[in-house]
Write a protein that binds this ligand. Sequence first.
Ligand SMILES: C=C(O[C@@H]1C=C(C(=O)O)C=C[C@H]1O)C(=O)O
Length: 379
Amino acid sequence: MKLNLNIQPLNTWLNTNNEPLLISGPCSAETEEQLLTTAHLLAATGKISVLRAGIWKPRTRPGEFEGIGSIGLEWLKRAKAETGLPIAVEVANAKHVEEALAAGVDILWIGARSTVNPFTVQEIADALKGHDVPVLIKNPVNPDLQLWIGAIERINGAGITKIGAIHRGFSSFEKSSFRNEPMWELAIQLKTLCPELPIINDPSHICGNRELIPYISQKALDLDMQGLMIESHVDPSVAWTDAKQQVTPAALAELVDRLTVREPEAPNEAFADKLADLRKSIDKIDDILLQKLGERMAIVEKIGEFKRDNQVTILQVNRWDAIIKKGHAFAKALKLDLNFTEKFLELMHGESIRKQTEIMNAGKAEKGIAAEQHNEVKA
Ligand SMILES: C=C(O[C@@H]1C=C(C(=O)O)C=C[C@H]1O)C(=O)O
């Protein structure tokens, strides 16, 4: 089901010269000189459309630099007057919204740590009522698409129609090369549910280091995201916050030059025809795959009934082990990714277990099973 949002297309409220939107600026405004020098260097690249700077910083532990505060608005105003760039800041409560709007801030964004809290988002939404300011909403820290959507709906419900989502990645318990796991599928789901909603990628917070930023930026553009928010600093080595992930304005310009912007639409009829042909072949294969999956499940059900009637456990580790081993051999021979193949088989096995559990317990503890099934579907 599509989301029922009232969103104005990005190009109707921000001029990006038909290029992907690029928002850049320091993680934190530190001093007037740092902000202005960075802003001038960024403006001189001719690459960016919006200048950003954090002035109220939600930090994990107390005692870290928590932002320069309202004085930063004066510096941003000066940067805007001198460079002509629209300015953007993060807001986390009603007071921030009021101060930012009074200072003529052009774009507000809601950070990941605020998006997680519906009370905070609602407070911001209420403060925005009656204003016509663009608002960008970062994904919540945790991979919860509904929470992200809920925040977008709250802001939209306050009458804000110039809205964008910022994909900044998600906290994960697992060790990873990323500071925040991209979990692209969540951004893809959001785009599928609301195709008119601009999604902007934040490679700085996904990567947590400079090195991976070009890779993530390119991937974001190839997933048809409409822009990038990349942190930059006149001298990242001395930055007060997020030093490892900021780039110099010169490095930013170089990075942007190396990106390839591809079109979502077919460039000509010949391409469209060839693509349609290839897709026909995929459709045929998908039909066979699903047909075979259905046949497989019917046999799994029979085995389930057989096990139930003979009091045999559902899980058969040896059999499962053999399937995985055979899967590995197939993956190698067919040049399929091993991890993908394993995940696919695991998904199938999980469904067999679920189905056989249902058969084993038919009529018994129905409530518990229904609850488990509900959770599995949700997950
Ligand atoms: C279908 C069975 O039950 C379970 C499901 C399996 C499967 O999906 O292939 C394999 C082993 C069992 O854990 C079976 O025992 O063969």
